[in-house]
Design a protein around this ligand. Sequence first.
Ligand code: TTP
Ligand code: MG
Length: 351
Amino acid sequence: MERERKILHIDMDCFYAAIEMRERPELAGRPLAVGGRDRGVLTTCNYEARKFGCHSAMPTYLALRKCPQLVVVPVNSELYRETSQLIRRVFEEFTDLVEPLSLDEAYLDVSHLYSEGGSVAAEVRARIKETTRLTASAGIAPNKFLAKIASDWEKPDGQFEIYQDEVAAFMQELPVEKIWGVGKRTAEKLHRLDLKTCGDLQQRSLVELDQRFGKFGQQLHELCRGIDQRKVNPDRERKSVSNERTFSEDVKNVEQGELRLVDLLDDLEADYEKGHSERHIREGFVKLKFDDFSVTTAQRAMKVVQRDAFFELLLEAWHRGDGKAVRLIGSGVRFVAKEKEGGNDAQMELL
Ligand code: TTP
Ligand code: MG
């Protein structure tokens, strides 16, 4: 019989804001956001600020209107990355099967640990608190999909476990929006078909879902029953590093575009040097989104972040717009794939 899996999803609570509160204790307990002032947006805010209706991606001016006493501090990526490393190391005390999703979030497969999933999660959270003085929330479930949903349930500083024999009942009432891979558009389509919950979806046949949603239909058919076979994949390798910026006002000419690209390339170089310098670059690219939302990407082979080539790529992409103004510029490099490492595959196959 297949061994039941124990998957944890760990997610730090208001991560950037929590770090800022730790660094400046005088701010603790006050509504605090991390983000850009003036025309910027909030990257996140603490739970005090959320009580006023503030949330990540909200324009700062709007957040200040909702909560005039809101303290807004700038983003300090380096500090967050350091903290993220510490958390990563805590995860690795428990298992090699760690799949980071972002700086503050990861899946852990702890099927091989004999303790109850819930107590492993409690221990991981306690170790994180000891190491970083920050709180995390956890979801514990037989698969990734359910673990991620569960980690949101008792946020902040809490955990929630979904046991295998509870899955069927749990799925009945779960809104379709919570299904992994269902974005806004798919959700609308599901609603038009009168499908609001996973229980509703379970009433539809695989054939029908396949006809309506193509390949995704099969996944929907499984996910709405709480079935998710995806493995925790620890060696997912970065394929590229990139950045992009949407401007509050469209950029009208390429000279202005070049000025913006300078900033992006500074950041790109710093990101590469700090986090990925062991990787070999195979090409660089420039991405543009025009004012009609069409997107184009120009790329060229290079081995380092070669600035003059990036400016030529900008020019090339710009001309494709036929005079259209530009609302977003992105820059990035793609890596040569790491050589596949043999040897410990068997150990990673836990399914
Ligand atoms: P989240 O885990 O989405 O948010 P959070 O940790 O701030 O809050 P929660 O308690 O609800 O988990 O994101 C983690 C960090 O990533 C967050 O602190 C800020 C950053 N972030 C961005 O930079 N851009 C974004 O659009 C979002 C959503 C987050
Ligand atoms: Mg978080």
